[in-house]
Ligand binder design. Structure first.
Ligand SMILES: [Ca+2]
Ligand SMILES: [Ca+2]
Ligand SMILES: [Zn+2]
Length: 295
């Protein structure tokens, strides 16, 4: 993994240089923890803001879910700028930070007083939103849904996530928090030791669980599982890692020339316009057909 670039803006003006270093190290370690399970192809830039208050929240993140990677009926299916950059190495918002996270001073102070675990869990949680665990305000915002939404059932008894990899260990689906579809219900998250719960849990959740990895795989990231990775209509360089992986290109096979390189990359070349390079990817899926790759 390329080291992330981390910028800290302390609006409270209470933090010393050493304090900044302490929290930057934990944030970097959290990105590193995610990178053990997902492909992070390019250096991510993180803009961290310390606020005196964030309403009821201890932290939050503003994620740009604007990358169209497919469609369902008239609805766009979108992923986030950081998830796309992590998976493909392609930065679609230029110089702007990929990830924006706000922490309350309370949360940072807790960390500086020695509660590293709570801060780390919060970092992993907010990064999870950036890597795909996020609902788009379903069907009314940009007329788009996220890949996460695609597998979310909004039933009369609440929201549940039913991604195919996740269902292998949570066969009845993952219950999501009642107020938002973006979080795992607290008890369920606690049972799996997942930091993606609606609330900071009792006990430790300062490392990623199998459940978290399965959820982000279902959200289209490249993991060691059998992933389905939608890349839409953009260039990129994708490493599917272990497992039998399918990359979905939002175009017709006839528009692409697929060839092997002497290195282990396979290239799908779109009409002399851009390339999608693939490594450890076993299947290429176009709108009008599939191609088995020999790599
Ligand atoms: Ca994989
Ligand atoms: Ca693979
Ligand atoms: Zn959250």
């Amino acid at each position: 993994m390329k080291r992330p670039r981390i910028y800290i803006l302390d609006k409270t003006e209470k933090l010393t240089k050493d304090n900044n270093k302490t929290i930057a190290d934990i944030i970097e370690e959290s990105v590193y923890d995610w990178s053990k399970f997902i492909s992070i192809q390019e250096e991510l830039t993180l803009s961290i803001t310390i606020e005196s208050s964030l309403g009821d929240a201890i932290a939050n993140t503003e994620v740009e879910y604007t990358v169209q990677v497919g469609s369902i009926g008239e609805h766009k299916v979108v992923t986030s700028i950081p998830a796309y950059k992590a998976t493909t190495g392609t930065d679609l918002n230029g110089d702007a930070p990929d990830i924006n996270i706000n922490f309350t001073y309370y949360m940072v102070e807790r960390c500086l007083k020695g509660d590293f675990k709570a801060f780390k869990a919060t970092c992993l949680h907010e990064l999870g939103h950036n890597f795909g665990v996020h609902e788009q305000k379903r069907y009314n915002f940009y007329d788009a849904i996220t890949v996460f939404d695609k597998y979310t059932i909004h039933g009369p008894y609440g929201h549940e996530f039913h991604g195919p990899n996740t269902k292998k260990i949570a066969k009845d689906g993952v219950p999501l928090s009642a107020s938002t579809g973006t979080h795992i219900a607290s008890n369920f998250a606690e049972a799996f030791q997942s930091p993606l719960g609606a609330a900071l849990q009792r006990g430790t959740s300062s490392s990623l669980s199998e459940l978290d990895v399965r959820i982000v795989s279902d959200c289209g990231l490249a993991t060691d599982l059998n992933d389905v990775i939608p890349v839409g209509h953009f260039p990129g360089q994708i490493d599917g890692r272990k497992g039998t992986d399918t990359v979905i290109i939002d175009g017709d096979a006839g528009s692409y020339i697929v060839s092997s390189r002497e290195t282990d990359w396979v290239v799908a070349h779109y009409r002399g316009d851009y390339e999608i390079e693939l490594r450890n990817v076993e299947l290429l899926q176009f709108r009008d057909g599939k191609l088995l790759l020999d790599n």
